[in-house]
Every structure is written in C-alpha cells, then in structure tokens.
Design a protein around this ligand. Structure first.
Ligand code: UDP
Length: 423
C-alpha cells in the first residue's frame, strides 16, 4: 500500500481489567456479546507519538481481544500535505489566518487519491463494518466511502475558538459522518451537527510500560542517567514542541518559581517522532538557542531519549520522579500526559483549557492556571506544602481509576458500534 501502512501492534488481553475495574469490565463484556466480529477500521496519520497514536496502540488490540476485527491504518503523508494539515489543526485551535486555494487543493486532492486505495481495502459487501477517521487529516475521504459503511469522525482537538472559514471547509465531511465524537460539549462548533455528537473523553492504558507504577527511587536512577541532579527539585512538562503546549510560558513560570525554590530544575521533554507534526523541530531549535546555556533547563527534543533508555521508561521516570508535573497548554483536546501523571499520584498543574479542565478539579487533584505567574505560584506551593501534595496525589489516582482508564473508553465506543451496526 502506498498511502496507508497497517500498524503493527502487540496483542493485549482485556481480562487484565477484570480486577482493576470490575464493573466496567462486566459492562464491556456484556456489550461485546452483541457483536459478530465486526470490522472496525481506525485511520489516523501518526504512529510515532501523540495522544491519538497512544490511544490506538491500546484500543485496537483490546477490541481484537474482545472479538472484533479491528484494524489500524496509518495514512502516509508528504511534507506538503502535513504542512497543510498542521495548519488546519492550528486554525481549528484558534490561530489567525486562512488556507490558500492551493493549500485546500493539496488537502482535497491528496485525500482523494488516498481514498482510492482505501476503497480496495474496504469490504463493500459487508454490513458489519465501521470506519473511524481520527482528526481532520484523513476526513475528506469520507466523501468516497459508500453510504453502506458507517463512518465516525473522531475529532481529538480543542475547537472552542475555531476559525470559522475552516469550519465551512470541513462541514460537508462531518455532515456525512454517522457519528461525531468530541471530548467536550464546548467543542461542538456551529458547523457540527449536534444531534450526531457523542462526548467521550480519551483514556490511558494502565498496562503500558509508561504507566507501570515504579518507585521514586527507581525513577531517580533513570533521571540521573539523563543528567538530572536528583538531590534538587524538578519540575517537568512532557509534550510535543508545539505553540499550544506553551513551552515558553512554562519556562517563564519556571524562572519565576526558581527565584523562590533554590536549585529548581526544569525538563521539557518532547521527542520529535510524530510524523504529522512538522513544526516541532523549529520550536525545539529556537528554545535550544535561547535557553541551551542554562544548565538547569533540560530540553529533550531529539528522536530518542538520552542515555540509551527507551521512551516509555523515560516518560515514566519523569512523570514519577518530578516534584511537580505541569501541562500548561493554551488549547488542549484532552491531554493524555495529564492522565498519565495523575495515574502516578501526581497532582498536575494544567492550563485552564479544553480537556485539561475535564481531568483536573482545581485544588483537589491539581491546579488549573491561566498565566505563567499563577503557574509559578502553584509550583512553589506544591514543592513547599508536602501534605497538601500528598492529599491531592491520592485524589489524582482515583480520578483516573474511575474515569480515565481504557475500559471506560471501550465502553463508549462499543455503545456507538452497537447503535450503528443495528441501523
Ligand atoms: N509522549 C511520549 N514521548 C514524548 C512526548 C510525549 O511518549 O517525548 C507521549 C505522552 O506520554 C502522551 C502523548 O505522547 O501519551 C501525548 O498525548 P497528549 O494527548 O498529551 O498530546 P498530543 O501530542 O496528542 O497533543
């Protein structure tokens, strides 16, 4: 296949959830009995990194373990195509500007060609088939998919303040979808047919190496390997280098907090592996130029973590071993990094936006902040008030257990599959 690659993913067994969340487990099993091996085809544009890939790496094998014939196709893109789709992403999240006619053509003609290849892959005779298009990148293909195959448009991005012109471009595509899944009712823009919307929040995989519960001491061993002084406090943000993740704002907050907390160090970690994010390298290089000489600001933006360790181990050590975890986004569809840190009992300081607001209850399992100054104050508070931090950390873990494990996401998806396959 030229336009698609089939993702190679490891098997997983849903039985793992039985003891962890028995009620959700039973509900999922019951619903799965309604299905007779439907084919669910998930399509996105990145395997390397980002929240969507992270979810599919777990959702697809679990669906298979529950008897569905789920597939994950990664649509391949050219640099030209991904430059346009990243621009679409930014416009949808509220950036000023518009797409040129040429850019629109790139988007539409590339996806049209890709859809011809997709058609060969779909079984047009089978009614037991659903296609899920994740995010806007593959969305125009919906026009070519026959009406007999239900298509779900899953928009993971924060569209609270989107560019209207772009909405008009996407409207015919979402109009054709049988269901549109977004993470917040605020993301139901006026070009989205509200009666087709399901609000479903993403979720994390508790069995991923990244989420394996390790001790602070084990985390310290790894942090030392990557050059962190584990005798001194550490604040970190794990995120792609992207303007909406506000890396500059995090550095500003850190520099203010460092005036009060002696020896404070900062990590910004965003390994550059997402194929569909062409902006990251430039942002990382700029920050390196500006702050590279400050030995207490550690920027990790290569393709692999330093010290020969694996990505999962690296992220786990940072989320477990940091004194404070920050996710100071200015827009955020969901923010899986928040979920991952909460799961490890870390209260998170998050930007008061989008999906972060759905996970953090201010003062209960973290703090919501709207400026670098507020962020700096909360960093100082969490480092100096350990009892408060411990109380919030316990709540943090409970939040994820009750609402944000993959079993809950599967339940949401199965309800939709059940509804669409019955129609
Ligand atoms: N991530 C990673 N390595 C990195 C940076 C991020 O594995 O160096 C992962 C992170 O652990 C999370 C995902 O990428 O699972 C990011 O998802 P999120 O929803 O926070 O943001 P997105 O990138 O999708 O906007």
């Amino acid at each position: 296949m030229k336009y698609f690659k089939q993702a190679k993913i490891e098997d997983q067994d849903f039985k793992g959830y039985k003891n962890l969340v028995p009620k959700q487990y039973e509900e999922v099993i019951k619903l799965s009995e309604n299905f007779s091996k439907p084919k669910i085809i998930h399509i996105n544009t990145a395997f390397g990194s980002g929240g969507v890939a992270e979810i599919l790496k777990c959702l697809v094998p679990l669906e298979r373990s529950l008897g569905l014939e789920s597939e994950w196709l990664i649509m391949q893109g050219t640099p030209e195509f991904f430059n346009v789709t990243k621009k679409i992403h930014n416009l949808l999240q509220g950036k000023e500007g518009s797409l040129s006619e040429d850019e629109k053509q790139t988007y539409l003609s590339y996806t049209k060609k890709a859809s011809e290849e997709l058609m060969k892959y779909l079984d047009k005779s089978s009614g037991e088939q659903i296609v899920i298009l994740h995010d806007p990148q593959p969305l125009p293909m919906i026009m070519e998919i026959p009406d007999t195959i239900p298509v779900i448009s899953r928009l993971h991005i924060d569209i609270t303040n989107e560019n209207k012109e772009l909405g008009q471009l996407l409207k015919p595509f979402t109009d054709r979808a049988k269901k549109i899944i977004v993470s917040d009712k605020k993301f139901i823009a006026d070009w989205i047919q509200a009666d087709k919307v399901l609000i479903s929040l993403p979720a994390t995989d508790p069995f991923n190496e990244k989420n394996k519960l390790i001790s602070k001491e084990d985390a310290s061993v790894i942090l030392k390997k990557i050059g962190i002084d584990t005798e001194r406090p550490l604040v970190s943000q794990i995120s792609r280098f992207d303007p909406w993740k506000d890396p500059e704002g995090v550095i500003e907050a850190y520099l203010a907090a460092r005036k009060k907390i002696k020896g404070l160090q900062l990590v910004l970690a965003g390994l550059i592996v997402a194929e569909d994010d062409p902006e990251a390298q430039g942002i990382y290089d700029e920050l390196k130029d500006k702050y590279g000489d400050d030995h207490d600001i550690h920027l990790y933006g290569e393709k692999t973590p330093p010290g020969g360790i694996e990505n999962e181990e690296f992220i786990n050590a940072l989320q477990t071993g940091s004194d404070v975890v920050v996710q100071k986004s200015l827009r955020e569809g969901f923010g899986l990094t928040v979920t991952e840190a909460l799961w490890k009992g870390q209260p998170v300081i998050g930007g008061n936006v989008g999906g972060i607001k759905k996970q953090i209850v201010d003062g209960e399992n973290g703090f919501l902040v709207s400026s670098p100054e507020e962020c700096a104050e909360r960093i100082v508070e969490l480092i100096s008030k350990l009892e408060e931090k411990e109380r919030m950390g316990k709540n943090a873990k409970e939040t994820v257990k009750n609402e944000f494990l993959m079993s809950r996401l599967i339940l949401d998806h199965f309800k939709v599959y059940d509804e669409l396959l019955k129609k």
